[in-house]
Ligand binder design. Structure first.
Ligand code: PLP
Length: 373
């Protein structure tokens, strides 16, 4: 007999966030909407479109807020995230990570049958050929963008001649549509000095620009040139070749991004936790450890407690310690923590508890949570 589990909710619409069970994710929707409006007004009247990256929010409801604000479409990192968004009725989706192997190719082609506007990046002719062969006689046409390595040294073909060679090979594959290129400078997003970040971004964009010009000079059409995260998208938009930017973190922000780029976008999401033990003066234990707050970018930061530091104390426990004196909190108190890295933190949770002025207005499922395939 199959065991069917129901999601356990931490609270109800209409309640105050103080009544939520913990740990859970709370989103100040007024701030998230203000962040969206700040981002879209930054690009209003400019030549670039905005295609926000949903690797951060992983939630169709946020995708719909982006589209309502004027987004061109959305990005996702993984095919399984694209499946979630397509199921929610979102059509223009770019998968920004390469897929490889029969299982993924087949799964992408299946998705394409119902969602013909799902695009994917490629950086090797073998994948392009596999997509081309798989699509034969199937009534679908994969839409691909070539990923160009503009300096991150992750995926992506080298700019210049290697990228041109790949574009020429792909343009001969009749079952594919070559839509454009992606050049993502993820390694620059958190450079703290703005001038330095801008300078490095301009150098990365110069590689993208010259490669686009080279490919176009051979008569190959590139409609989309997409790149840029929260820390660089404004600089990318100045590059003549770029047609769209793909920031993601701006909607919630996190400790690491705030330290790098400042407060243009405000913190909209925190993890709500409860003090479960006060074993010693100046030290309390909360119910949020590694399973609630990721630590790949360091520890989270208490949102409203000054002179208090958070450190994880295991899977389910976290320490709050006063720099000096007593802690301004007691057993049973709720505390808010700003995640150090939002993407990896929210992938640990099932729902967003969205509030306005502390009153819960929506509980949204993080439908892309755990969708890492
Ligand atoms: C390809 C790609 N584009 C855009 C983004 C969004 O960047 P950010 O969350 O820094 O705004 C990411 C984030 O990792 C990414 O991998």
């Amino acid at each position: 007999m199959a065991i069917v589990t129901q999601p356990v909710l931490c609270g109800k619409v209409g309640q105050s966030i103080d009544e939520l069970d913990t740990p859970c994710l709370v989103v100040d929707l007024d701030i998230a909407e203000a962040n969206i409006s700040t981002l879209f007004s930054t690009f209003k009247g400019k030549k670039v479109a905005v295609r926000p990256h949903l690797k951060t929010a992983k939630c169709p409801e946020f995708a719909k807020l982006f589209l309502a604000a004027g987004a061109q479409g959305v990005c996702v990192s993984k095919l399984s995230e694209a499946e979630v968004m397509a199921k929610a009725g979102i059509s223009d989706i770019l998968i920004t990570t390469e897929i490889a192997g029969n299982i993924k190719i087949e799964r992408y082609l299946n998705l394409l049958a119902g969602s013909p506007d799902v695009k994917v990046v490629v950086d090797h002719i073998a994948t392009a050929k596999a997509l081309n062969e798989g699509a034969r006689g199937r009534g679908v046409k994969p839409k691909v963008l070539i990923e160009i390595n503009v300096g991150q040294d992750r995926c992506g073909i080298a700019p210049g001649e290697p990228a041109l060679e790949l574009a020429m090979q792909i343009s001969k594959l009749s079952n594919l549509e070559l839509l454009g290129v992606q050049g993502y400078e993820g390694h620059l997003q958190h450079i703290q000095d703005t001038n330095e970040r801008k300078k490095c971004c301009e150098a990365a964009m110069a590689k993208l620009n010259s490669t686009v010009e080279l490919i176009r000079s051979k008569g190959i059409k590139l409609t989309i040139v997409t790149t840029g995260g929260t820390g660089t998208c404004e600089f990318c938009a100045e590059c003549s070749a770029v047609t769209e930017v793909q920031p993601g973190s701006f909607v919630f922000m996190d400790k690491a991004y705030g330290e790098a780029i400042g407060t243009k976008y405000k913190v909209a999401l925190t993890v709500l936790a409860t003090v479960i033990s006060t074993p010693a003066k100046g030290r309390a234990v909360i119910d949020a450890g590694w399973k609630s707050l990721s630590i790949d970018s360091g520890p989270a930061k208490p949102a409203d407690l000054y002179g208090v530091a958070y450190t994880p104390a295991g899977d389910e426990h976290g320490h709050l310690k006063a720099e000096e004196g007593n802690l301004p909190i007691d057993l049973g108190d709720k505390v808010k923590l700003i995640p150090s890295h939002i993407d990896t933190t929210l992938n640990l949770h099932d729902h967003y508890y969205c509030h306005r002025k502390n009153k819960i207005v929506h509980i949204w499922e993080i439908a892309g949570r755990g969708k890492v395939q």
